[in-house]
Design a protein around this ligand. Structure first.
Ligand SMILES: C[S@@+](CC[C@H](N)C(=O)[O-])C[C@H]1O[C@@H](n2cnc3c(N)ncnc32)[C@H](O)[C@@H]1O
Length: 573
């Protein structure tokens, strides 16, 4: 089959897959047709569209990153695929391994581009496994559909395609359309749930966009089942990345998830996006979140049931505004993607102390939040948790563990501190003559953390001090060193972003020897990896820690996400 491809698509294909198109007789510009794969890349990069080299470097960078990051989504999916096949094989007395689900290059290429891919409908497929991304996996014989797209029959004889389908559960029988094919799996789009032998309850789904929106994954489950799914995600992460914990992971309390006080209307921030149409006549404008089928771009949404009521009413107003202003879009802005900011904030009446919630849309405005008796202010680009209702429960959990230590702590060290949430929120949990240190890489967040300390009447720098810098530099910071803090008097909280901490931080943490450590994480995969690394360092050291508890908190009901808090205590020698 001869097909015209844009240079961008061609380069993308070459960068990702090698140059399969040459072998398949796809049209390639004559200037570069008779050259080797690498020459082709260079020729395209030098001679054709300006952005080609940019695209190549981006793809290469991603490839490079992926090869070293075992915690990337793709690497974890491969672990999940192995688990799914093992489970399926054991259940059915078969041996299906990853080698049996490999997609040949010709098949991958055939389904690469949304505009030209074949329409393949699988009328009936059973979902056998649920990944930690909340997607179902089903297995179909390749002979069912792949014969026209392969070079040799052996490539499909007795082979399977593993199909990943969002919004499905083990026990569902589904009708799907096949989309992109990757090396070990394919993407399926759910067309219909034919039958379910599981706890699916479609009548629980509150959102009319649920099937198409990439935001939520679990609305069809009752809340208890959602929490069980999340506990299972925590357990799987530890089994994959910290298997040394052994049977402890199977304990029924391990990773048990604390529910959110509210399961809808909890999100205090929403950032829908839209693309300004290129043509004046083309007034189709979708303002919303990504479609679950990536080839469909942005899904238009006019309300989101997990977002707060103030956000939803403001969303309607903002959408109107954008539609009305479309005709005034500057030529240079056409085709550009824009993000709409919707941020809940508290308005406090200084005379009465009463407060109510409003929704901000201007990124220059300052957000105010109230958790327990503390007030926090920050700019819209600073990090702050978006489910404020669950935060008192998290602080209570930490206070419980502090009390359990039966020790009067003098120091609280809040690493990756953002605008000071934990340091300020737990400031009463240490001795009156003690001190709190916070460190954070964003200088703007540190400005707000210091402001928040003062706002809440905590003496800066005598009682609390926030330092701008990378968390690893905390341990050599002059103020930190001058305070002559003893690890045995200290609690360290670490709350890194999704990529987790790093070797240097974990080594310094061990050397500092805090009595109690809270590792708060929005990515349990990197948390488990870091704690396994921490255990490795302990082997060469007399300092030993025990994991007192790993608990989940459901910061994002209806979605696949879970916050995991690991509590580590120093073992007495
Ligand atoms: C998940 S947020 C937690 C913020 C805060 N603990 C809270 O709950 O609001 C992670 C924070 O770590 C910061 N960060 C990322 N890398 C860092 C590093 N190497 N050192 C210090 N802070 C970092 C980010 O800017 C972000 O504010």
């Amino acid at each position: 089959m001869i097909r015209q491809l844009s240079v961008t698509k061609l380069v993308h294909t070459i960068a990702i897959r090698g140059c399969p198109l040459l072998r398949r007789g796809v049209h390639i510009p004559s200037k570069v047709r008779k050259v080797s794969d690498s020459q082709l890349e260079v020729a395209l990069a030098r001679n054709r569209e300006k952005h080609v080299s940019k695209i190549l470097s981006k793809v290469n960078k991603k490839k490079k990153k992926d090869t070293i990051d075992h915690t990337s989504t793709e690497s974890v999916l491969l672990l999940e695929i192995r688990s799914a096949l093992k489970y399926y094989s054991e259940k059915n007395g078969l041996t299906v391994g990853v080698e049996d689900v490999v997609n040949p290059t010709s098949l991958i290429n055939e389904y690469l581009f949304s505009r030209s891919r074949p329409t393949t409908i699988i009328e009936s497929m059973d979902i056998i496994y649920q990944t930690n991304e909340g997607e179902g996996l089903g297995l179909i014989p390749k002979s069912l559909y792949a014969a026209p797209f392969i070079d040799q029959e052996e490539e499909i004889y007795n082979k399977f395609t593993l199909v990943k389908v969002p919004k499905t559960l083990p026990g569902d029988r589904v009708k799907v359309r096949l989309n992109m094919h990757h090396r070990y799996y394919s993407e399926g789009v759910l067309l219909e749930v034919l039958k379910s032998k599981n706890s699916r309850r479609d009548n629980l789904i509150l959102c009319s966009n649920f099937n198409n929106c990439s935001g939520c994954q679990l609305q069809m489950l009752n809340y208890e089942d959602q929490l069980n799914f999340k506990q299972n995600s925590i357990r799987k992460a530890y089994k994959y990345f910290y298997p040394q914990l052994g049977e402890a992971i199977d304990d029924e309390r391990f990773g048990m998830v604390n529910g959110s006080p509210i399961q809808y209307s909890y999100r205090s921030k929403l950032t829908p996006h839209y693309k300004i149409p290129r043509q004046d006549k083309d007034q189709t404008l979708n303002i919303g979140l990504n479609h679950v089928d990536a080839s469909q771009g942005i899904l238009d949404i006019d309300s989101c049931p997990i977002a707060s009521p103030t956000i939803n009413s403001r969303l309607k107003e903002q959408r109107e505004k954008i539609f009305n202003e479309l005709k005034y879009a500057k030529a240079g802005d056409k085709g550009r993607q824009r993000t709409l900011l919707l941020r809940d904030s508290v308005r406090i009446n200084n005379d009465t102390g009463d407060f109510h919630r409003v929704c901000l849309t201007d990124s220059a405005k300052v957000v105010t939040e109230k958790v327990e008796d503390f007030v926090y202010q920050f700019n819209t680009s600073s990090f702050f948790q978006v489910n404020v209702d669950i935060l008192p429960n998290v602080l209570d959990f930490m206070r419980y563990h502090i009390e359990l230590s039966n020790y009067s702590f003098k120091y609280l060290i809040d690493t990756y501190c953002g605008v000071g949430f934990f340091g300020i929120g737990l400031s009463n949990a240490i001795k009156e003559d003690g001190k709190i240190f916070g460190i954070e890489v964003s200088a703007k967040s540190i400005e707000y953390a210091t402001h928040n300390a003062k706002l809440n009447g905590i003496a800066v720098p005598e009682r609390i001090q926030f330092i701008s810098g990378s968390s690893e530099t905390m341990f050599e910071n002059e103020h930190f060193v001058q305070a002559e803090m003893q690890g045995s008097d200290s609690i360290v909280i670490m709350d890194p972003s999704r990529k987790g901490a790093n070797e240097s931080f974990m080594r310094q943490l061990l050397a500092f020897k805090p009595r109690l450590i809270f590792y708060v994480s929005c990515n349990v995969i990197t948390q488990a990896r870091d704690l396994a690394m921490f255990e490795e360092y302990q082997k060469a050291s007399p300092i030993k820690y025990k994991i007192r508890e790993v608990a989940g908190f459901d910061f994002f009901p209806q979605t696949k996400h879970v916050e995991s808090i690991a509590v580590l205590e120093l073992c007495e020698n």
